[in-house]
Design a protein. Structure first.
Ligand SMILES: Cc1ncc(COP(=O)(O)O)c(C=O)c1O
Length: 465
């Protein structure tokens, strides 16, 4: 008998099928472009280089070495397999059930967070709640602090994933606080007040402010005065402050990173309004709790890892930014994160988001680099691009730089005559895209996806009914 489905019935929930997942943006389109044509030095040398993923591959060798030297920290080795039965059974939602091991892990995380904050503040392991990464933690925090229809202020430019993680399932909203390049995108009290008052006039209930410090996409850290001013702002309004400190250990220059936890030590404020989100994914990748408990408590390893990691990040950042400077491309001065904020304003046909997206299309389709346009981070000024620099090997860096160099030089040559320049720009910028969406998801088959693309593996994003 043939199965027939009544198509008028809504099979999936409204959340699964609505368009609020925030992934309709060039930030995610760039990942798809990479996935459908990934660069490989020999097998696909003309493919797209992934520079849109804030991933840190520079110290994997240190982690691998530690794992080999500590086989009993993994249940997948002869030395550690006898722990399998303890781990395989039901685990408490708060983390590993095996109490001793759980405490060891929380203690390890607390010590690690204290250490990357320069040991100027200590964290109480009993006040740490575990979740599956900062993505889940940020969403959970929003579920706890905001009701559907409420909003959080988010200084822009901000991490493109916030549009999805904070809003999609919670039903809360984001109100951007516009920050600008004239003062290095500083978060000012005036900008916060303006966004807050504007929201109030529109009857939007602001429940808090969420920031990433160090910033994604800027790669800069917040100064103490800005943090103090943020704290007094949220205190005066009796709203929350969520500090996503996921990049705390990526600082490779000065000034050093200061955790919000350090600032509130000397401030008279309501500490219940302040929440810190932290994740190890930017430093150590995805390790299991069991393994982490042992690794984070190995003080010597952690010390060496942190030193070496910031040294390697500094070196790579330098190679990239100096390489770009040589062809006349500048970037916001930064010293944290796994990316920097590249200034392509001089290459825009006009200072609009439309022109920024046109330039981005040229970069991804002709130059074959996946960098993310500032508009996907809600930057109020067109022409800025986020460039990730830690997720590739040295050879790929050279290929990427060479491509940018060629692209810029080609533009400059053609720029000699203004008539020609017009022609060059029009020719390149008017690419073959008639629709504003670059890629049709349904055209990309799962086997083509790189393991680095969270999108295609999310069944909800593809859900239609
Ligand atoms: C500011 C920020 N928060 C959270 C995340 C997601 O963290 P996780 O991989 O731990 O879920 C990212 C990832 O890029 C990020 O940049």
């Amino acid at each position: 008998m043939e199965f027939s489905r009544n198509n008028s019935r809504q099979l999936l929930s409204k959340i699964a099928t609505n368009d609020g997942h925030g992934e309709n943006s060039p930030y995610f389109d760039g990942w798809k472009a990479y996935d459908s044509n990934p660069f490989h030095p020999t097998q696909n040398p003309h493919g797209v280089i992934q520079m849109g993923l804030a991933e840190n591959q520079l110290c994997f060798d240190l982690i691998e070495k530690w794992i080999l030297e500590n086989p009993d920290a993994s249940i997948c080795t002869a030395e550690g397999v006898d722990k399998f039965r303890d781990i395989a059974i039901f685990q408490d939602y708060h983390g590993l059930k095996e109490l001793e091991r759980r405490y060891l892990l929380l203690q390890g995380v607390a010590k690690f967070m204290g250490r990357i904050g320069g040991n100027r503040v200590t964290f109480d392991p009993n006040r740490i709640v575990m979740s599956g990464g900062a993505t889940g933690a940020n969403e959970t925090v929003m579920f706890c602090l905001a009701d559907p229809g409420d909003a959080f202020l988010v200084p822009s430019p901000y991490y493109a994933g916030f549009a999805r993680d904070l809003r999609w399932r919670t039903g809360m909203d984001i109100v951007p606080v516009d920050c600008e390049s004239w003062n290095n995108f500083r978060i000012t009290r005036a900008a916060l007040e303006e966004a807050y008052e504007k929201a109030q006039r529109s009857n939007i209930n602001i429940k808090g402010v969420i920031i990433a410090n160090p910033s994604n996409p800027l790669g800069t850290v917040l100064d103490k005065d800005t943090m103090r001013s943020l704290i007094s702002f949220i205190n005066d309004k009796s709203i929350h402050l969520v500090c996503d400190e996921i990049y705390a250990a990526t600082v490779f220059g000065s000034p050093r990173f200061t955790s919000i936890a350090e600032i509130i030590q000397d401030m008279d404020c309501d500490r219940d309004l302040i929440h810190i989100v932290y994740s190890l994914s930017k430093d150590m990748g995805s390790l299991t709790q069991f393994l982490l408990a042992a690794m984070l408590n190995d003080e010597e390893f952690v010390g060496n890892f942190l030193r070496e990691s910031s040294k390697r990040l500094a070196k790579r950042h330098n190679v990239f930014t100096k390489g770009l400077e040589r062809v006349g491309i500048s970037s916001l001065k930064s010293h944290a994160g796994l990316f920097f904020w590249m200034d392509m304003r001089p290459l825009l046909k006009e200072q609009t988001v439309k022109a920024e997206i046109e330039l981005w299309r040229v970069i991804i389709n002709k130059v074959k680099l996946n960098v993310s346009p500032g508009s996907s981070f809600q930057c109020s000024e067109p022409g800025w691009f986020r460039v990730c620099f830690a997720n590739m090997d040295d050879e790929t860096v050279e290929v990427a730089l060479e491509r940018i160099r060629e692209f810029v030089l080609q533009g400059k040559e053609k720029n000699h005559s203004s008539e020609k320049s017009k022609h060059w720009k029009n020719q390149n910028l008017r690419l073959s895209f008639s629709s504003s969406r670059l890629y049709d998801e349904s055209l990309i088959s799962p086997h083509m996806m790189s393991p680095h693309s969270p999108i295609p593996r999310s069944p909800l994003v593809r859900a239609r009914n």
